[in-house]
Ligand binder design. Structure first.
Ligand SMILES: [Zn+2]
Length: 490
């Protein structure tokens, strides 16, 4: 089925949903019938419309992904997948198969290379992918290698001398984001963004927060909204320097608009740029990168809140999280603030996170991808990685997300990781969320954390948009769920 105007934001139709069970966002059964009038939920009750939709399964509100990257996802779908590359040479060979005037690939991890930790280089890409700009982005998105043409086209080595090694072509942090934006600035992103949104919807997800959404993405979202072809509600969180342009493009769109600003307090664990309180276990002398301190964050928060927007700060290392907490406490930001990732959270920080009343937006699948977490942190600190249950018990306002394309968009994989049904060191049984917690954090909580056009999702309350999915298996009792399906089809 197409993602036509009718389906966008829920069909305007009126109907009775009849199912084996209807569950709300807490996975409490509210009955077996749900009434929908003009695309809006009226609540449980006796069938009162001419049309019945019979579902051979269990209905729930659709998922909301509170942190992903729409245009990066579109690029990843268009570019080559480098997740399987086992050496820099294999990476370069795969990248050469990328189509289009810019060779783009994503997903490599030097920990999977032989020899382990070897990095690809500018010269290697020059050799395998000559004649066009080429860039291979690491799985975390915080590190990339560029060939000579890509360096020359973008000039990122001059713009970010501390973040790009012009000799090796390896770029980190802002230099990566800028390189991708500059390379694709003249490419029309509309069809790529639409492809990404189709993929999102296919996974039973009705709304998202698109983090660090660049101006080109805002332009594409605005174009899709104008032609009624968006399919997914989008809360955009651009960087501050893109705020004005993105906000004027999106205006007060019904389905997609700017809700807040995103910035980074540190980098990633994989790239050893996450800012830690003590040295990396596998890189003595390195504590990562502090990109913002609490002073910077206080200033940014005041500017953003003044405009009636929210602030979302990326913080992975414990020291970075502490800076965000300090700033948020000082400003009294409450629900106007979000913390993205909060990956390495020792107990003393969890208490303070709970006291903030800000959403903490986590990515369960990091538990699987960070299989080397004990190498980076040592066993002692690795116990602080992804402590979702401890956070939930302490009263931290959690919301779930995938960070796609950093991790898979697949909600089933995300649920499995959230429930610690995985084997990597960070999948600790004592930190498993219950199924009920997972559903709440992945529907209503992630809608509230997203805000704006997404805020009304994730609920069966009267007046909510009828964005409904169903499972063949009973989600309250079945450990292995099959893929979610849309009650009205895609
Ligand atoms: Zn992200």
């Amino acid at each position: 089925m197409t993602l036509g105007a009718l389906r966008v934001g829920g069909s305007m139709a009126s109907y009775n949903v009849k199912a084996l069970g209807v569950y709300n966002e807490h996975l409490d059964q509210v009955g077996d019938t749900l009434l929908v009038e003009d695309g809006i939920i009226k609540g449980p009750g006796t069938a009162s419309y001419a049309k019945d939709i019979n579902v051979e399964g269990y209905v729930t509100p659709a998922f909301v992904d509170a942190h992903l990257h729409i245009s990066w996802l579109g690029l990843a779908l268009r570019g080559v997948d480098l997740t399987k590359a086992q050496s820099p040479e294999a990476l370069a060979r795969s990248l050469a198969r990328s189509r289009g005037e810019i060779a783009y690939g994503r997903g490599w991890d030097q920990e999977r290379f032989r020899p382990r930790g070897a990095l690809p280089s500018r010269r290697l890409l020059d050799q395998y992918v000559p004649g066009r700009p080429s860039i291979a982005v690491r799985t975390c998105g915080h590190m990339a290698v560029l060939n000579t043409l890509a360096l020359e086209t973008t000039g990122v080595h001059r713009m970010f001398p501390g973040l790009v090694d012009p000799e090796t072509g390896v770029a980190k942090e802002d230099a990566v984001f800028a390189a991708v934006e500059l390379l694709f600035e003249k490419v029309d992103l509309t069809s790529m963004v639409r492809k990404a949104l189709v993929e999102v919807r296919k996974n039973g997800i009705a709304g998202v927060s698109s983090m660090a959404c660049p101006v080109g993405e805002a332009r594409a979202l605005a174009a899709l909204e104008r032609r009624g072809d968006l399919g997914v509600r989008v809360a955009c969180y651009p960087r501050e320097h893109h705020l004005e342009a993105a906000a004027s493009l999106l205006g007060d769109g019904r389905m997609a608009r700017v809700v807040g600003v995103k910035d980074f307090a540190d980098g990633s664990l994989g790239a050893r740029t996450a800012y830690l309180g003590e040295d990396y276990n596998d890189d003595p002398g390195n504590r990562g990168l502090r990109l913002l301190d609490s002073r910077d964050i206080v200033g940014l928060a005041r500017r953003v809140l003044d405009k009636g927007l929210r602030l979302a700060i990326h913080a992975i290392g414990d020291a970075a999280i502490e800076h965000v907490i300090e700033a948020y406490e000082e400003v009294g930001i409450g629900e106007g603030g979000r913390i993205e990732h909060a990956s390495i959270a020792p107990p003393k920080l969890i208490e303070r996170l709970a006291g903030l009343d800000s959403f903490v937006v986590v990515q369960p699948h990091f538990r699987v991808s960070d299989w080397w977490v004990e190498d980076r942190l040592g066993q002692e600190r690795a116990r602080w990685a992804y402590p979702f249950k401890t956070m939930a018990r302490a009263g931290v306002k959690l919301a779930l997300s995938t960070d796609a394309p950093v991790e898979t968009l697949d909600p089933l994989e995300t649920i499995r990781a959230a429930e610690s049904r995985c084997v990597e060191p960070a999948c600790r049984a004592e930190e498993a969320l219950s199924r009920k917690e997972v559903f709440y954090y992945y529907t209503r909580a992630s809608a509230l954390a997203s805000g704006g056009p997404v805020a009304g999702l994730g609920s069966l309350e009267k007046g909510s948009p009828a964005e409904l999915i169903w499972f063949r298996e009973d989600p309250a009792s079945s450990s292995e769920l099959g893929p979610p399906m849309w009650v009205l089809g895609n």
